[in-house]
Design a protein. Structure first.
Length: 289
């Protein structure tokens, strides 16, 4: 019986591109993207409780514990399986919130994966992904645990093998209002659909350099509304091509070597957060489902 699980990683993700290809009658947007796992991560710790309580031991400032995605994930799994156990959840938070790199979603997925083992539920990955979608559109990807070509709302996932890359991820310390961007009248919503095979033909450095094919459709709207995001992209031009991830505000550039990324990071303005990171082939907790 697993009573304690410590040092459980919750890795970030990058959207190598993000296309908005349509809009559903209910207002939700149809997407195509490629999710890339990276080795920048939060770390979570879990200790089983026998009283059924779900307790966040170090809640984030300004985030009520009951609304935290890890607490919601634990409660969802507990209710789905009728579990009598509870859990204490602690988080070493490294990923900036609201940065477009999936920090909260990844924390929720790691919670589902860890408790699947701690509570000895043995749920298959597909069941966990179905539960994960109730928590947010990105959460199923982290449970899926492989780099993925994604469609629909982001929940239709197809595993892809990607070349290893080194990235510098920069967060300009601004919070992008995602709903505001999605409702902007100038947001592109009719990008031509690409096939997974077409993407894989270009799955090398060119995927970052060819904005006429692969781009983030939200980037133009975000950079118009948030000058600091535009400034980060402009700063990267000295070193490499850069692209916004998710709905922002983080921006990433790809480098040939880790040393090149580290050299660029040393020149980063102090007002921004920078992290040198490397791509992952799969989630470190892939075997937990």
């Amino acid at each position: 019986m697993y009573e304690i699980l410590r040092d459980c990683p919750a890795p970030a993700k990058l959207n190598l591109f993000l296309h908005i290809v349509g809009r559903r009658p209910n207002g939700y947007h149809e997407l195509q993207t490629v999710f890339q796992l990276i080795d920048w991560a939060d770390t979570l710790h879990f200790e089983r409780r026998d009283d059924g309580q779900i307790v966040h031991t170090n809640p984030l400032p300004g985030v009520p514990p009951e609304t935290d995605l890890t607490v919601r994930a634990a409660r969802l799994l507990q209710e789905h399986c009728g579990v009598r156990f509870g859990v204490d959840i602690g988080i070493e938070k490294r990923l900036p919130a609201g940065g477009g790199i999936g920090g909260g979603s990844s924390d929720a997925a790691t919670t589902l994966l860890a408790l699947n083992r701690m509570w000895q539920l043995d749920l298959p990955r597909e069941t966990l992904q179905t539960l994960a979608l109730k928590l947010g559109a990105d959460v199923p990807f982290f449970v899926f645990g492989r780099n993925a070509f994604a469609e629909g709302l982001g929940e239709e996932l197809h595993a892809v093998d990607l070349p290893q890359h080194h990235f510098l991820v920069v967060n300009p310390r601004v919070h992008v209002a995602t709903n505001k961007i999605f409702t902007d009248p100038l947001l592109t919503r009719d990008t031509k659909i690409v096939t997974m095979a077409f993407f894989l033909e270009h799955a090398n450095k060119n995927v970052f350099e060819t904005d006429e094919i692969f781009r983030n459709d939200m980037q133009a709207v975000v950079t118009r509304e948030y000058a600091e995001v535009a400034a980060v992209i402009d700063w990267f031009r000295t070193f490499t091509t850069a692209r916004m991830t998710g709905s922002g505000a983080s921006v990433f550039g790809v480098f040939d070597t880790k040393a090149d990324a580290e050299a660029a990071c040393k020149r980063l303005p102090e007002r921004w957060i920078g992290q040198v990171t490397t791509s992952l082939a799969e989630h470190p907790m892939f075997a937990f489902a």
